[in-house]
Design a protein around this ligand. Structure first.
Ligand code: FES
Length: 71
């Protein structure tokens, strides 16, 4: 059985997807992840020019998110 996929919130940054996944658009067509990356980073600041993937724009747009899981 394969490892479960983990999604990790980066402080003031993207969601890191750890594991093998397919990212599909609303029509079910797959996105091609950026080449040369072992981990998929999904934009959550809304400023990436390559959405749904993070392009590093969160560093310059003032995005802040540092949620902590309860417990
Ligand atoms: S989270 Fe990185 S560009 Fe949006």
């Amino acid at each position: 059985m394969s490892e479960p996929v983990t999604i990790r919130c980066r402080e003031n940054g993207p969601y890191l997807v750890l594991g093998v996944v397919s990212i599909l658009d609303h029509l079910g067509k797959p996105f091609t992840p950026p080449p040369g990356k072992d981990t998929i980073a999904l934009c959550r600041c809304g400023h990436s020019k390559g959405r749904p993937f993070c392009d590093g724009s969160h560093r310059t747009c003032g995005f802040q998110a540092a949620e902590h899981a309860p417990g």
